[in-house]
Write a protein that binds this ligand. Structure first.
Ligand SMILES: Cc1cc2nc3c(=O)[nH]c(=O)nc-3n(C[C@H](O)[C@H](O)[C@H](O)COP(=O)(O)OP(=O)(O)OC[C@H]3O[C@@H](n4cnc5c(N)ncnc54)[C@H](O)[C@@H]3O)c2cc1C
Length: 347
């Protein structure tokens, strides 16, 4: 039986493991955090449940629709009925694109991270959580995965790397393998870039009014300190009755300018910005939370052609770094595509 190491238990890595579930390949997934699903992330606090990374899944292709709506369990799958509206730098709100809003906006009653959990379960894969991979070594035939504690996992016939490009690049730059391949893949990743974003969550013990029947507002000109504001209330099962929870994603420029600001300052800024955007006097939040996403959304893709140099020695890539846009569905597809290439490499 051939052995594959997958670095990262985000949607792309788990989709690859899922697509290989019936192949004669033993898959081991290494994940640095405590849970699976990566940036398709969910937290629980004081009876609330909220998606603090990706807000929803837009199933763009038949393959993604088929997988999520027919192959995986769907009891928890929910469509956020209301539309996304837009606003500009002056805070002027307008209705969003009707065509874009006609598409489903999926999450799960138990949070968007359910997608990662369902993929991992259906793949029946061994996920080693809290293992941060720092280096890969190749002895000419097989790979060794080395973690931050110096623990060595081996042998693997192939490795699939899925973290955001700068993190993958670090792992590969520290690696020991064919110098020509190393140069090509490290350079191929160097052209990818990401924006950073704060997600600030504000919980209220009242149902907040809104100036329109929208679920969320997205800034379209990059001129506002807020990039995205949404009502987690619209996701069934996320917010207790009589309460509201706002997810406020601050713009990349604002995030960089306040990168080390204390949580209370961020919460206050997000609360004020939300009140001004919604044109209401908001009550004080009952609690707040925040997440600093260093590599939130890709702004430029990796050079897929250069990355292909790795395939000769069993080095494969997936994740939104290959897409150049932050989309759960697209990341998932890169995992399926990598699995197809791995099937050919690991006969
Ligand atoms: C704030 C925010 C809002 C977003 N909104 C949306 C949205 O509404 N809709 C949408 O479709 N998309 C959205 N996205 C984008 C979407 O979340 C991503 O495109 C998608 O989840 C990427 O999946 P991935 O598998 O490529 O990467 P990831 O989810 O980042 O998975 C990579 C995994 O690798 C792990 N890892 C990293 N380094 C190591 C290491 N050294 N060793 C071991 N493991 C490691 C990470 O912990 C992570 O779990 C949003 C993202 C953010 C941050």
């Amino acid at each position: 039986m051939k052995r594959l190491a997958v670095i990262g238990a985000g949607i792309s890595g788990l989709a690859a493991a899922y697509a290989l579930r019936d192949a004669p390949v033993s898959v081991t997934v290494f994940e640095k955090s405590r849970g699976v699903s990566g940036r398709a992330a969910t937290r629980r606090k004081q009876g609330f449940l909220y998606d603090h990374g990706a807000n929803y899944i837009r199933p763009d292709t038949d393959r993604v629709r088929q997988l999520i709506a027919h192959e995986l369990p769907t009891e928890e799958l929910v469509d956020i009925g209301r539309p996304v509206w837009v606003f500009d730098g002056a805070g002027t709100i307008r209705e969003g694109d009707p065509a874009a809003n006609a598409a489903p906006k999926w999450t799960y009653r138990s949070g968007i991270s359910t997608l990662g959990k369902l993929l991992a379960r259906a793949a029946d894969v061994d996920v080693h959580t809290q293992v941060r991979v720092v280096r890969l070594e190749h002895n000419g035939r097989t790979w060794t995965v080395v973690d931050a504690d110096g623990v060595r996992y081996h042998p693997f016939d192939a490795v699939l790397l899925t973290p955001p490009a700068p993190q993958t690049r670090e792992i590969l730059a520290a690696g020991w393998f064919d110098a020509g391949v190393q140069e090509a893949v490290v350079d191929g990743l160097a052209v990818a870039s990401y924006s950073s974003q704060f997600a600030v969550m504000l919980a209220y013990d009242a149902v907040l009014p809104r100036p329109g029947p929208f679920y969320a507002l997205v800034n379209t000109d990059g001129e506002h300190p807020v990039a995205w504001l949404s009502f987690e209330d619209d996701k069934p099962g996320h917010v207790p009755p009589g309460h509201s929870l706002l997810v406020v994603q601050m713009a990349p420029g604002w995030t960089l300018a306040h990168y080390d600001a204390p949580p209370a300052t961020l919460a206050e800024a997000a609360h004020r910005a939300a009140g001004s955007l919604l044109a209401v006097s908001l009550p004080e939040p009952i609690w707040t939370d925040r997440q600093r996403w260093r590599y939130a959304l890709p702004t430029a893709a990796a050079d897929a052609e250069r990355l292909r140099a790795g395939e000769a020695i069993g080095l494969f890539f997936a994740g939104d770094a290959l897409v150049g846009r932050g989309r759960v569905a697209r990341a998932l597809e890169t995992g399926l595509e990598a699995a197809a290439a791995l099937r050919a490499f690991l006969p």
